[in-house]
Design a protein around this ligand. Structure first.
Ligand code: ZN
Length: 651
């Protein structure tokens, strides 16, 4: 049986080889095309000024914008007779039920033939040609290509640090090359409003875009088949608003300073005026209204909010948030648009038309899909491009996750999803609290945005990281030659080597319980502390580090039986940039019966060199005792810092 199977496979392989077919990976385009077949030996030389022809096939829409693009893009085609690039565009050009954006591209001796049902498809064919051309002559081939998802986005936070209009336009060019088609524009937040609206000119204080700037960005994006989705944060993330409009605060005491009062009508009236103007300005069918991280403490204390809760028959502050989002959803829907909100909009009940953008991992998205809502996946565990992409000691300041290119690339959006028709697509998010300059902004984007593009475009099951990484190295070179800053894959260090393999341990059956604070009597079992793995660069997400938001921690390890112990230690991280600090004060104890503990005379030893303020430390040392129980107590002292421990090592 086994033999027969392998013979069949061999026959298949031979068959495809004799037809000259190459594996899909042989096409150097990012994102990977759906189908690529070599069409024999040889290649076609395309040079700037090469001629093109364009035939419309059942398409009414004017071709001038498309012509303008192909004549001015890197291919610099010119219209002419005996054309070497021949477009046929229109519903009858591509007789198939392929998704929107599909195209066929054939390269042979006589030139290049492109067929697509729409300008969008032809545009993507041109992007594939541009990338093929970057490798020199274009090999004879047949490509059939189409997107996996209709929504393939990047979010740019231009609030925490402002990006000029020119810097945004530059990223739209790179997005086009990657066939990304949504730019989610995060334009209001705690720090500022980055848009000057006629109805709220008072909000434009610092750097901002005028409506003409916005119109220019939208038009530039539209010419590249990119939709610009605006985000106006409601009801949280509004410190900037409340500074200018303190009358929108809850009455009484404020616990937080960035959430407006749901009991008052004025904030609703203000935001309805804002949304009306924003929705008129942005042609996108989507309107993102934030909805995330709205602290509910003010609403608990505010008499007006309490009154609203009572009057509307709501249960609590969570339903009050849901009431707020529901009103906004009604307003947005009444204007013929679709509301998107971050996954917190599900708290207290999800508004009927809402599309959920799932950012806290994938669970919120899975839940919303289960309820029949449309979802865009932007899980921080895979697609948050503000997270560090290499060893923290060689990287600029970044949030505490480790999100290398490979992790982004390996994201499979449909894992755990029963109704993929509700999954609109994926998006990489670049928050900019720590991203100050344009160069840094691009450094975080590229090449990880390549991986986002491939996750959103290429067929399920077509991934091959090694091939992708080689293509990404090449495309980074192309982008650099065009003045972009990219993370350097050639000097990628990778995850902490010591964290990749299990360390030797006295027993595989140890059990660790962590007690947080001095009043914790029950503790919580924490297997990560005795799993045999040291911590890597990730401090959150898929991490092996354990932390507690308290000063005093006790960890008890039960080895299961009395054993000869020769070494006891614990590993901590010291990272000044993020205010993580190894505890200055650690004490070890051992016990035979779990009742009477003897202290161990062990000091603190520095393990790794301090590089850019980052170091890993081991508290511990050699001992010679018999015991069943090991106890570690540590205290972060008076400084407000977090202590992260990865492993309690007993040998
Ligand atoms: Zn209130």
């Amino acid at each position: 049986m086994k033999k027969l199977f392998s013979l069949a496979v061999t026959a298949l392989l031979l068959g495809s080889m004799s037809l000259g077919a190459q594996p899909t990976g042989a096409c150097p385009v990012i994102p990977q095309v759906a189908r690529y077949v070599s069409a024999g030996e040889g290649s076609f030389n395309l040079s700037p000024g090469s001629t093109y022809s364009l035939k419309l096939s059942g398409l009414k829409e004017d071709a001038s914008a498309f012509k303008a693009y192909i004549e001015n893009c890197d291919l610099a085609l010119t219209p002419g007779k005996k054309a070497v690039v021949r477009f046929i565009i229109g519903p009858s050009a591509l007789k198939s039920n392929l998704p929107e954006g599909a195209y066929k591209l054939e390269v042979g001796k006589k030139g290049i033939d492109i067929r697509s049902a729409s300008y969008e498809g032809a545009f993507y064919a041109v992007q594939s040609l541009i990338q093929l051309q970057q490798h020199g002559a274009i090999p004879y081939c047949r490509i059939e290509d189409y997107p996996r998802y209709g929504y393939r986005g990047l979010m740019f936070d231009v609030v925490r640090h402002f990006r000029s209009k020119e810097a945004v336009l530059k990223q739209l060019d790179a997005m086009a090359l990657l066939k990304l088609n949504v730019m989610h524009f995060h334009i209001t937040d705690n720090e500022a409003w980055r848009i000057k609206l006629d109805c709220a000119p008072e909000m434009a204080i610092e750097d901002f875009y005028t409506k003409d700037d916005i119109r220019e960005i939208i038009a530039y994006a539209a010419a590249r088949h990119i939709d610009v989705v605006p985000e106006i944060e409601i009801p949280g993330h509004n410190r900037a608003l409340l500074k200018v409009h303190p009358e929108f605060y809850c009455s009484g005491d404020h616990v937080v300073d960035n959430v407006f009062c749901i009991g008052k009508e004025e904030p609703f009236e203000f935001f309805f005026r804002v949304l009306e103007e924003v929705m008129e300005l942005f042609p996108s069918q989507f309107m993102h209204i934030g909805g995330d991280e709205a602290d509910k403490d003010n609403w608990k204390l505010c008499p007006l909010c309490r009154e609203r809760i009572q009057k509307e028959g709501l249960k609590d502050e969570f339903e009050l948030q849901s009431y707020c989002i529901g009103r906004v959803d009604q307003f947005v829907s009444a204007h013929g648009k679709r509301m998107i909100g971050w996954d917190e909009i599900q708290e207290g009940g999800l508004s009927p038309n809402a599309t959920v953008m799932s950012w806290r991992g994938t669970s919120g998205g899975l839940k919303a899909i289960g309820m029949g809502h449309d979802v865009i996946m932007t899980p921080n565990t895979y697609l948050y491009l503000d997270y560090g992409q290499d060893a923290p000691w060689k990287e600029p300041a970044a949030f505490n996750y480790y999100l290398p290119l490979k992790t982004v690339y390996e994201y499979e959006p449909e894992d755990g999803i029963d109704a993929p028709e509700h999954l609109l697509g994926v998006q990489g998010n670049l928050w900019t609290e720590l991203v100050v300059t344009d160069n840094h902004f691009e450094y975080m984007l590229y090449p990880r945005a390549f991986a986002v593009a491939e996750v959103g475009w290429s067929p399920k099951g077509s991934k091959d990281f090694d091939t992708f990484r080689e293509k990404a190295r090449f495309l980074c070179g192309v982008l650099r030659s065009k003045g972009y800053t990219c993370f350097d894959l050639d000097t990628e260090y990778g995850d902490r080597p010591e964290s990749l393999n299990k360390i030797p341990r006295i027993t595989q059956n140890a059990k660790a319980v962590m007690y947080i604070g001095s009043n914790d009597k029950t503790g919580r079992e924490t297997p990560a502390l005795v799993d045999g793995y040291l911590g890597g660069w990730a401090m959150k997400g898929k991490t092996r580090w354990v932390t507690a938001n308290t000063r005093a921690v006790t960890i008890d390890v039960d080895l299961g039986e009395v054993m000869d112990i020769h070494y006891v230690g614990a590993e901590f991280v010291d990272y000044k940039l993020r205010r993580f600090q190894a505890p200055p004060d650690t004490e070890f104890f051992v016990s035979v019966d779990g009742k009477n503990y003897e202290p161990l005379p062990i000091g603190q030893i520095k393990l790794s060199p301090d590089r850019q303020g980052y170091a890993i430390l081991i508290a511990g040392g050699t001992v010679n005792v018999q015991a069943r129980y090991v106890r570690l107590k540590y205290n972060t002292g008076k400084v407000r810092v977090r202590a992260f421990i990865s492993e309690l090592i007993v040998n």
